[in-house]
Design a protein around this ligand. Structure first.
Ligand code: AMP
Length: 287
């Protein structure tokens, strides 16, 4: 695996790869890698000639400074996992490489309602940061395919919007959420949970499955409220338990029995914020 720290160096290398006829696949991450990240790499290797992974903890997408400071870093183990998986290139930029002119006057992206709801509403500015870093990374790496996890459902929609809005020549491939045996969605933030919290954390998936099983046409309000009550009874501080249109993410309070929906949860265990979702009517995708 070749490691680059500079944007010009990696750009130059990948331009040569493309000229040789290799198609480039890209898996952006913030490190502290787990099997969920590696599943993206493995899928990328199946269909791309040159697979690039980036590790960059992007300061502009953290609305909470403590979350940024405490974000786990396990670089040595990450390099080992990526090498074992067969990754071709690791991009390890620092903040000055990604934002050479600083972070105070970065572009604004017209996300409209997409950043007013759910994660956007709870984490003001988060999706602006996601667009800023993804725009810069996509222009630097120039992949033909981009691999992202449906674990971050709204983020996939934001990046899809960015690709279309900026006419970027890349195809977004979204992949299912990788889970522990308990159902808990793998996440770098799980490293910050103690053993007792790790057991409790699987209640989020339990709640999603229960909501999906009890879904019936008509009002969705009491279903959502029961999800909030269940998680609160397990010791979570619930941010939201929501049900939304799976295509538009519009929040739904009534269901006609046909529209594909997504169930979404964000909740704190101690000071660790966890998110997860479950999509219905899309086969195994997003489960
Ligand atoms: P992160 O390092 O958390 O920014 O995640 C990097 C990429 O890995 C994003 O596209 C995430 O959606 C994806 N990802 C994170 N956790 C999982 C998981 N449990 N299963 C599949 N993909 C994931």
């Amino acid at each position: 695996m070749v490691i680059f720290k500079g944007t010009e160096d990696i750009s130059h290398y990948l331009t040569t790869q493309r000229r040789l006829g290799y198609n480039v696949g890209f898996v952006p991450t913030m490190g502290a890698l787990h099997d969920g990240h590696i599943s993206l790499i493995i899928n990328a290797i199946k269909i791309c000639d040159t697979v690039v992974c980036s590790i960059f903890v992007n300061p502009t997408q953290f609305n909470n400074p403590e979350d940024f400071q405490k974000y786990p870093s396990t670089l040595e183990a990450d390099i080992k996992l990526l090498t074992q998986a067969g990754t071709d290139v690791l991009f390890l930029p620092d903040v000055a490489e990604i934002y050479p002119e600083g972070t105070s006057s970065l572009p604004h992206y017209q996300l409209d309602n997409l950043e007013m709801i759910l994660e956007g509403r709870s984490r003001p500015g988060h999706f602006q940061g996601v667009c800023q870093v993804m725009h810069r990374l996509l222009e630097t790496v120039g992949p033909c395919r981009l691999f992202m996890g449906l674990k971050d459902y709204q983020q996939c929609m934001v990046v899809d919007w960015l690709i279309k809005d900026k006419s970027l020549p890349v195809q977004l491939e979204t992949l299912p959420t990788f889970r522990e045996k308990s159902g808990l969605a793998m996440s770098s933030r799980n490293m910050r949970l103690d053993n007792e919290q790790l057991v409790l954390a699987s209640s989020i998936y339990e709640c999603l499955v229960d909501l999906k099983e009890r879904l019936a046409p008509g009002s969705l309000i009491s279903l959502k409220n029961s999800g909030v009550a269940f998680l609160a009874s397990k010791g979570f501080e619930v941010d939201y338990v929501e049900i939304a249109d799976a295509e538009t993410l519009e929040i739904e309070n009534e269901w006609n029995g046909r529209k594909p929906l997504v169930f979404l949860i964000a909740a704190f265990l101690g000071n660790v914020r966890l998110i997860d979702n479950l999509v219905m009517n899309r086969g195994s995708e997003g489960t």
